[in-house]
Design a protein around this ligand. Structure first.
Ligand code: NAD
Ligand code: 0WE
Length: 262
């Protein structure tokens, strides 16, 4: 129970397949007290049963595109929690037309702006809003993807936004270290979530991943959740500004092991 007496706010839980749902389950198992934010009314019905299974009844609307919504959300949170110990940012978005086709052809100024705003700036925005409520030895965590440092088809401007998010993680860590707040990221392997549904050839990508990854498979939201729980706990007290890969080793292998080769 390494998160006993820790209060952690989780964002980005859209449904039971969300990475944030795996994180919530693991954090609850480790004794954390949880609160949740959701993007809009429409997603609340999916969140309710999951929050309940985590013994949480603190559910707060927060659209990270809107400063006023963020401000209201933390005001509301402060009515339940006078302070807290951790925040999980599990939010990413680019307009669908940015994620299909040739990067140079499909990327627009507006698409770039939205991707960076929702997928990177929002982490700074939440850190800023949370700061005055965060206790010593708190931890912030975000979710990133390998597309930040290597190319792949269709990920396009999201790769740039994830590169920004990873730099954001390091600058937030440098900035908040003096307040004894740690800031880290998990780079997860591909998982079939809502954000991945509708992505062209996603099934093929999962197969490619399994073939090249040293463990010969993809990862689960529970595997990401376990590392998230660790990074937000005092077990990780010496880790900040770090990108931890939870990808069955995929990023470490340039070619498949002979066992998997043709
Ligand atoms: P998901 O669709 O379940 O979660 C994405 C969340 O972002 C949703 O809950 C959605 O409501 C939220 N969101 C989008 N715009 C928002 C806004 N304006 N305000 C508030 N919330 C908003 O998908 P997921 O795969 O669990 O994604 C969670 C994070 O994990 C994302 O940052 C994603 O980039 C990252 N990630 C996903 C994978 C993968 O393969 N699924 C791999 C690595 C990293
Ligand atoms: O970060 C992600 C998800 C990113 C994402 C997905 C969507 C689809 C629906 C951001 N915005 C949107 N907007 C939508 O309208 N992943 C790591 C999963 C993912 O998404 C891909 C991938 C992978 C992997 C998109 C293209 C190629 C690969």
């Amino acid at each position: 129970m390494f998160l006993k007496n820790k209060r952690i706010l989780i964002s980005g839980l859209a449904n039971k397949y969300s990475i944030a749902a795996g994180i919530a389950e693991c954090m609850h198992r480790e004794g954390a007290e949880l609160a949740f934010t959701y993007q809009n009314e429409r997603l609340l019905k999916n969140l309710e049963p999951i929050a309940k299974s985590c013994d949480s009844d603190i559910l707060i609307e927060c659209d990270v595109a809107d400063d006023n919504s963020i401000k209201k959300a933390f005001n509301k949170l402060s009515n339940s929690w006078s302070n807290f110990d951790g925040l999980v940012h599990s939010i990413g978005y680019a307009p669908a037309d940015q994620l299909e086709g040739d990067f140079v052809d499909v990327t627009t100024r507006e698409g770039f702006k939205i991707a960076h705003d929702i997928s990177s700036y929002s982490f700074t925005a939440l850190a800023k809003a949370a700061k005055s409520l965060l206790k010593e030895n708190s931890a912030l965590l975000t979710l990133t993807y390998l597309g930040s440092i290597q190319t792949l088809p269709n990920y396009n401007v999201m790769g740039l936004a994830k590169a920004s998010l990873e730099a954001n993680t390091r600058f937030l860590a440098a900035s908040m270290g003096k307040d004894k707040i740690r800031v880290n990221a998990i780079s997860a392997g591909p998982i079939k979530t809502l954000a991945a549904s509708g992505v062209k050839n996603f099934r093929k990508m999962l197969n490619q991943h399994s073939q090249r990854a040293p463990l010969g498979r993809t990862v689960t939201t529970e595997e990401v959740g376990n590392v998230a729980a660790f990074l937000c706990s005092d077990l990780a007290s010496g880790i900040t500004g770090e990108i931890t890969y939870v990808d069955a080793g995929f990023n470490t292998a340039a070619m498949p092991s002979s066992e998997f080769a043709e």
